[in-house]
Design a protein. Structure first.
Length: 151
């Protein structure tokens, strides 16, 4: 892609052409800025975003995704908490997927939380169940995605 084409795309005058078929993405995220980033990054793909545990479970049961992105801390009280609250965090979804081996078997799962301790617990839970999961802090996510799906 030429410099001019990249500039047009960046300014919103040209649609991004990824050179790949659309993919299906699920994102568990509560931060509006990050949600907007995912929407921009996966424009043209099927994208479902939720910050609600029950809704996330319904979406994961009803759809098939190529990739799943999970945040740990979903409400402001979690951000600097000294205790774990597994039922209202992304850990609940990691445990849900770990307990349901028939769901989303082919999906790549990336935990993108800034909460490293919570994220690593999620990855461990998923890996114990035989799932392919990895921890990529949000600020490194774009570099990782460039290697997975060119944009």
């Amino acid at each position: 892609m030429s410099l001019f084409e990249r500039l047009k795309e960046k300014l919103g005058f040209a649609p991004p052409d990824s050179g790949r078929a659309p993919i299906r993405i699920f994102v568990l995220e509560d931060d509006e800025r990050r949600c907007a980033w995912f929407e921009k990054r996966f424009k043209g793909d099927t994208l479902h975003i939720s910050c609600d545990i029950d809704e996330a479970k319904r979406l994961l049961e009803a759809n098939v995704y190529d990739s799943i992105f999970l945040d740990h801390d979903l409400i402001p009280e979690h951000y600097h908490s000294e205790t774990t609250d597994d039922e209202r965090t992304g850990y609940a979804i990691a445990a849900f997927l770990a307990s349901r081996p028939e769901l989303q078997r082919a999906a790549t799962i990336l935990v993108h939380s800034f909460n490293a301790e919570g994220a690593l617990r999620m990855v461990e839970e998923l890996r114990r169940s035989g799932r392919a999961a990895d921890y990529v802090p949000f600020h490194f996510l774009e570099d990782r995605l460039k290697r997975m799906w060119a944009r």
